[in-house]
Design a protein around this ligand. Structure first.
Ligand code: PMM
Length: 288
């Protein structure tokens, strides 16, 4: 499968380089930006700022998935997400909704979301796959082994690349069996989800192989995650820098991911990653 094909997702614009997905978490408790954009008007403003800074699409989420997080109820998630999705879509922004709930996905699509990003890859809610299939929108299938409350207990692998690839294939097959068109599916290795820092680094090193083996466009979401903190801390017993001091490292992963054929990178701070993906594109064109 060539790079051209892996850039195409039926139902979304086609970007000629790795796209940048900006993150707006409408939550009080997300690990890196919790509480900053909890008010809908602030969240909408943030989304528009991210687009002005170079985001191609904006991912709106109303439930934190940080390790140990407890779930919010559906009514609260809807209350957080819908006004923001509606307003950004109304401004012409390509909006993705980050949710594990079919009901939220359905209403967000009705409000203008064009992509459903489910960190559980359709596993948390049995109605998710049929709902996305009926809505006819693209779907992100992330590698996931269970809810955030106890996911760190599941960070056990013999061969992380092999197991993540195989488990993603199972989730992809379930999505197709449930009626989602294969050309609407996007894969995501799920960095930080049921993974230790070493697992995340091994997966980043294997992005090209993972994308090639599964043959679907790939979203890479390293932004401000724990494994970057571990790398930047240096010594194993040193304190990692806080999440908001990991943006340069995030942009470095964006460069690697774009070079390794990612369809998009999902980031909190857009400007540096927007520069990174454009630079990679220019270098690739110069090499032809
Ligand atoms: N990570 C988070 C939230 N949503 N979606 C996808 N597709 N992949 C991810 O790795 C992912 C995600 C957690 O990060 P955040 O709380 O900073 O948004």
């Amino acid at each position: 499968m060539n790079g051209e094909v892996l850039r195409t997702v039926n139902g979304l614009p086609q970007w000629d380089r790795c796209a940048v997905m900006g993150v707006v978490n409408v939550t009080p408790d997300s690990f890196s930006d919790g509480g900053r954009f909890f008010d809908p008007a602030t969240a909408v403003k943030r989304g528009l700022t991210l687009v002005a800074e170079g985001a191609d699409l904006v991912d709106v989420g109303g439930e934190s998935t940080r390790p140990g997080a407890q779930r919010v109820d559906e009514a609260e998630e809807l209350r957080r997400v819908l006004p923001v999705v509606r307003a950004l879509a109304g401004e012409g922004v390509v909006v993705s909704v980050d949710t594990m709930r079919a009901g939220v996905a359905e209403q967000a699509v009705a409000a203008g979301a064009r992509l459903v990003n489910d960190v559980s890859g359709g596993r948390a809610d049995p109605r998710m796959v049929p709902t996305v299939a009926a809505a006819g929108v693209p779907f992100v299938v992330m590698h996931w082994r269970g809810q955030s409350a106890d996911m760190n207990d599941r960070a056990v692998y013999t061969d992380v690349v092999r197991e993540v690839t195989d488990e993603l294939r199972v989730a992809l097959d379930a999505a197709v069996d449930g009626g989602i068109a294969p050309d609407r599916l996007i894969i995501d290795p799920g960095l930080g989800f049921a993974k230790q820092a070493g697992h995340d680094l091994t997966l980043v090193a294997a992005l090209r192989a993972l994308g090639a083996e599964l043959g679907r466009p790939m979203l890479v979401a390293a932004s401000r995650k724990r494994f970057l903190g571990r790398v930047l801390a240096g010594a194993p017993d040193a304190a990692p820098p806080p999440a908001r001091e990991r943006d340069a490292a995030t942009a470095a992963v964006s460069t690697l991911a774009a070079r390794d054929g990612a369809w998009a990178v999902r980031v909190h701070e857009v400007r540096a990653s927007a520069d990174a993906v454009r630079l990679v594109h220019a270098v690739e064109r110069a090499a032809r």
